[in-house]
Design a protein around this ligand. Structure first.
Ligand code: AMP
Ligand code: GLY
Length: 417
């Protein structure tokens, strides 16, 4: 199997790491990749995930027979449709399936049509009716841009003026939804789908707020854990029967042949689990914690998806727990500098500590440089969440570059009573 991974984040580094251990791999490539994937794959730093012709050229020249799409943007733009037409199998849905993420209006309608539990919402396409709605209600509300927003399209607020400013800005170029604020705890659930059947992986939790104790602005995710100690058998059953199963049967009913990863972003409320969002790919940083726990060869998993054999593959996990801590650049999630030299990294890639790079690159003299706001995910592995967190935090201060910082409480809320 000759695999091309699309993306440059720590999620893609984790996938590359897993594929690099696969017994099925005869060639591993990543575009554009980062300094971390560069240790495991051939990178193509000049070809972005949205450069379809460039991706096709890499596939032809390197006899790629499987493309794994990391991020949502190329999927929403139709990379799977494009490559499948050229006989290159892709892990990732076609454009019609990717709508579940690329249009929150579409996904909300989908959930409403099939009675899949989610927050009550109103759709708006113009400002005056939105303003009337906001002025007529009280309490906390969530405003969401319908289209892709790279983590910047959601505002939770009680302040009417703030809601109006945020909504007006969105309505200049898109539609929006305003929905009730749900209380509870969040869980990310990932299912693999081959179009005929699906398999669900271990639950994960993403720590989205910038600072300790879930304070500060939303980020792409400052850390993750897997599995999630609070997801017991009963809750798991409710998630499967109330959300996952109805979603896949709705996809079938809509005639959407979904082949790839479906991500259920859930809020576990007093009334049970509800969908906050669907994504059509693995989560970042959830993947960095989840993938190291896989015991089954990722090459076998990828092949089963492509050959629509998933139902006969048993997917096994190591039984350990993982905690991922994101090391970010000063200023993130607002303005931050790129191109800061990384002066030290702990020794990763051993049985209880892994380091995944995000958007790093090597300069002309071979130094690793930062290239984004979230720069690394350090993943600790251990017999339980506490042990795994201790492993990651023991090494976190060994990641050195000017302005490096991290949350110090990833996983903690799950072991406080
Ligand atoms: P989304 O892109 O829809 O997942 O929203 C990003 C984040 O905003 C979620 O992970 C939640 O932390 C928060 N969020 C979104 N919708 C709601 C909601 N209805 N109630 C509470 N928090 C929400
Ligand atoms: N962890 C959130 C996301 O990947 O969208």
């Amino acid at each position: 199997m000759r695999v091309l991974i699309l993306g440059s984040g720590a999620r893609e580094h984790a996938l590359a790491w897993s594929f690099s251990k696969s017994k099925r791999i005869a060639g591993l490539f990543c575009t554009p990749g980062n300094a971390g994937t560069g240790e495991l794959c051939v990178n193509f730093p000049g070809v972005s995930v949205n450069d379809f012709d460039g991706i096709y050229r890499i596939c032809r020249e390197n006899r790629i027979n499987l493309v794994f799409a990391g991020p949502e943007a190329p999927l929403s733009a139709g990379i799977a449709d494009f490559l499948i037409r050229r006989n290159i199998p892709v892990i990732g849905p076609c454009k019609n399936g990717a709508l579940l993420e690329s249009s929150k209006s579409f996904s909300k309608n989908f959930m409403e049509k099939y009675s899949i539990p989610t927050a009550n919402a109103e759709h708006f396409t113009e400002y005056e009716s939105f303003k009337k709605y906001i002025n007529g209600r009280n309490g906390k509300i969530v405003i969401k841009k319908s289209g892709l927003a790279a983590g910047k399209g959601v505002l939770e607020t009680e302040i009417k003026e703030e809601a109006l400013i945020f909504g007006r800005k969105i309505l200049e170029s898109d539609s929006l939804i305003a929905e009730e604020y749900l209380e509870g705890f969040e869980v990310s659930v990932f299912a693999l789908s081959d179009g005929k059947s699906y398999k669900v992986l271990l639950p994960c939790s993403d720590f989205k707020k910038a600072f300790d104790n879930d304070k500060g602005p939303n980020t792409g995710g400052m850390g993750s854990i897997s599995p999630v100690p609070w997801v017991n058998t009963e809750l798991n059953d409710r998630i499967m029967s109330g959300i996952v199963e109805p979603t896949f049967s709705a996809l079938k009913n809509e005639g959407i042949d979904y082949r790839g990863i479906l991500y259920f972003g859930l809020m576990i409320t007093d009334e049970g689990p509800k969908v906050l969002e669907y994504n059509v790919r693995f989560g970042d940083p959830e993947t960095q914690a989840l993938i190291p726990l896989l015991k089954t060869d990722i090459g076998d998993i990828a092949e089963a998806i492509i050959q629509q054999n998933l139902s006969s593959l048993s997917i096994e996990f190591s039984g350990e727990s993982a905690v991922g801590v994101v090391i970010a650049s000063k200023g993130y999630p607002d303005e931050y500098r790129k191109g800061i030299p990384v002066t030290s990294l702990p020794k990763g890639n051993n049985k209880d500590l892994l380091i995944f790079h995000s958007s790093t690159y090597r300069d002309d003299s071979g130094r690793v440089m930062t290239g984004g706001g979230r720069c690394f995910t350090l993943v600790g592995l251990g017999k339980d969440t506490i042990t795994a967190a201790a492993k990651a935090y023991h090494e976190a201060d060994k990641v050195n570059f000017e302005g490096a910082w991290y949350r110090s409480d990833i996983g903690k809320k799950f072991f406080l009573t």
